[in-house]
Design a protein around this ligand. Structure first.
Ligand code: CA
Length: 234
């Protein structure tokens, strides 16, 4: 999952970048509206965290310009008391907002809700979506995104940060075949290079923890295409 953080306060931007990377996101940072708009327009992000008050072009102007071409989900950061900015932000097409100062865990929870929503889970009310979006499931496999805990048949799976990211991506897009190239770029932030087998190695390790002890395979190889996480009845 790729995320762009547009925030001019260097300390806050660094803090967010580090925290989100630890949560398994691939993070880019822009420190002003011009760079932010450029990156957001040129590259494909899954999410954008956009500060409202930026030097040069402010957050609302960045949002308005971006919405001419892209519908990337945007969470806006606003200062306490700036109710009008919030209203305008939502009118300009922000998908959610958080008032500073905020708890990092709340930001992460909101981002997962936006991801879930943009991946096509519609028809649920916002509070329902908020509760559901933090847990991903397939059969007896459960991923708690906030606590970063994976369990299968009630047993805890001890995953590394990358394994957790890989599994959450596969689970979020269950039933869909994901190529090695896509996994490499989404989970490792690298362009696929035929010399490297990092994805295969990670998948192999993940299988030993995820499938081997449980006798029922959820993670399947699709020859020549990639990997898919799904229920199969054979
Ligand atoms: Ca600011």
């Amino acid at each position: 999952m790729k995320i762009l953080v547009v925030e001019d306060e260097i300390k806050l931007a660094d803090y967010l970048a580090k925290g989100l990377a630890e949560e398994g996101f691939v993070v880019d940072v822009a420190h002003n509206g011009v760079d932010g708009l450029h990156l957001a327009s040129e590259l494909d992000y899954d999410l954008i965290v956009l500060d409202g008050m930026l030097p040069g072009i402010d957050g609302l102007a960045v949002l308005a310009a971006l919405r001419q071409t892209k519908q990337t989900p945007v969470l806006m950061l606003t200062a306490r008391g700036q109710v009008e900015d919030r209203v305008r932000g939502l009118q300009e097409g922000a998908d959610d907002y958080l008032v500073k100062p905020f708890a990092f865990s709340e930001l992460v929870a909101r981002l997962h809700v936006l991801l879930r929503r943009s991946n096509g889970a519609s028809g649920t009310s916002a509070p329902q979506a908020a509760a559901e979006a933090t847990t991903l499931r397939l059969e007896d496999l459960e991923l708690d995104l906030i606590r970063r805990r994976a369990t299968r048949a009630g047993q805890r799976l001890e995953l590394t940060a990358k394994e957790f990211s890989l599994l959450s991506l596969l689970l979020r897009r269950q039933g869909e075949v994901l190529s090695r190239t896509e996994l490499a770029s989404q989970v490792w932030d690298m362009n696929f290079d035929s010399e490297t087998n990092v994805v295969e190695v990670a998948v192999r390790r993940l299988r030993v923890k995820l499938d081997l002890p449980f006798g029922r395979t959820l993670l399947h190889t699709v020859r020549g295409m990639g990997y898919v996480l799904e229920s199969r009845t054979l």
